[in-house]
Design a protein around this ligand. Structure first.
Ligand code: 13P
Length: 340
């Protein structure tokens, strides 16, 4: 493991004004994203869409890294430039989703554990050869009225995340560690904070036990937010304060960056929350984004699969990247969104 290289890649991804574009939807997920805009999920349509994203002029000002899916890492532009090479040439670091999805946790109804450790060392070596410099693994934690998540469910996911992260660092890839507490449900923001706290505590204990170097990783957490079906939705400032309070308690200052997932928030809400956190002043780590839907929803809506719409779709992506770049500095305001 080259410690200096891990640190420099982790720091570059969250450099000033920058964050991550999560474009690592698995084939079943991208099919769901294409369905409402009536685009068939063929290999060529997926390639065309990712080419649109990765060739957008100007995103390199706000995008330090892009997470790719296995298929995408092996695809090229229509002119034959492999996507990882294209991104690197633009100063954007290519990364790869390496988990194989959250599956039911045996004998624990309502809970999931993420699979993909078997053979991971060999896959990481191949991904590195193909140009990836960082990786991502997503654990999924649901909140339910019953006793969910259980202590065991949290431990099982923390353990898998830590094994993944250690394998990544051994292979010279920066691990993005993503324990996602879902927004689904009617729970209030207080319950989300309590569960997120338990999860982060378990994840960092497991990372430490597995000898993961905190300086050479990034954390991709959920924000602390009320469940989607909760009658009382917390305001922007309340979300920002609860999220930072929770992270400051459980995330070591040695971690260079927090890159939030958007998790089903609207693009505007995700930017607003990020902005409010950065407006609260400097934190021990960079406070940034690794959004999938919150960056891509407006792009998909503008594109609808049509070549004629590529320029409009690229504008939508550039606009979202620009606004999140402002939010990285606490300089976004909702009126900027209303104006576009
Ligand atoms: P969302 O921002 O759409 O939650 O996606 C981020 C991601 O990479 C989920 O694993």
């Amino acid at each position: 493991m080259n410690i200096d290289e891990l640190k420099s890649v982790a720091n570059a991804i969250v450099a000033t004004h920058k964050g991550v574009l999560a474009a690592d939807e698995s084939n079943p997920t991208i099919k769901k994203r294409f369905a409402p805009i009536e685009v068939e999920s063929t290999e060529e349509n997926r390639r065309r869409y990712r080419e649109l994203l990765f060739t957008t002029d100007g995103i390199e000002r706000h995008v330090g890294g892009v997470i790719l899916f296995d298929e995408t890492l092996r695809q090229s532009t229509r002119d034959g430039v492999p996507f990882p090479q294209l991104l690197s040439s633009r100063g954007i670091i290519p990364g790869i989703k390496v988990d194989q999805g959250a599956k039911a946790l045996a004998l624990h109804p309502g809970e999931k554990v993420t699979e993909g450790l078997t053979g991971l060392r060999d896959r990481l070596a191949e991904y590195r050869q193909l140009g990836a410099q960082f990786a991502k693994w997503r654990a999924v934690i649901e909140i339910d009225e019953r006793d969910i998540p259980s202590a065991f469910g949290i431990e099982a996911n923390a353990h898998a995340l830590a094994r993944y992260a250690a394998l990544c660092q051994e292979a010279g890839l920066v691990p993005i560690v993503e324990p996602e507490v879902l927004m689904d449900g009617a729970h209030g923001i207080e319950r989300c904070e309590a569960v997120t706290a338990r999860v982060l505590q378990a994840v960092f204990a497991a990372l430490h036990a597995h000898r993961v170097l905190f300086e050479g990783m990034l954390l991709k957490p959920n924000m602390v937010i009320a469940g989607k079906q909760c009658a009382r939705q917390a305001g922007v400032q309340e979300v920002a304060e609860a999220t930072l309070r929770c992270l400051r308690r459980y995330v070591p200052a040695a971690v260079p960056g927090i890159v939030f997932l958007s998790g089903g928030q609207s693009a505007e809400d995700a930017t607003d929350h990020l902005n409010a956190m950065n407006a609260m002043g400097p934190q021990p780590w960079e406070v940034s984004f690794s959004y999938g839907r919150a960056l891509q929803a407006p792009v998909l809506a503008a594109w609808r699969g049509q070549e004629d719409n590529v320029a409009a779709a690229q504008n939508a992506l550039l606009n979202r990247c620009h606004l999140n770049g402002l939010a990285r500095a606490g300089k976004y305001s909702r009126t900027l969104d209303d104006a576009t």
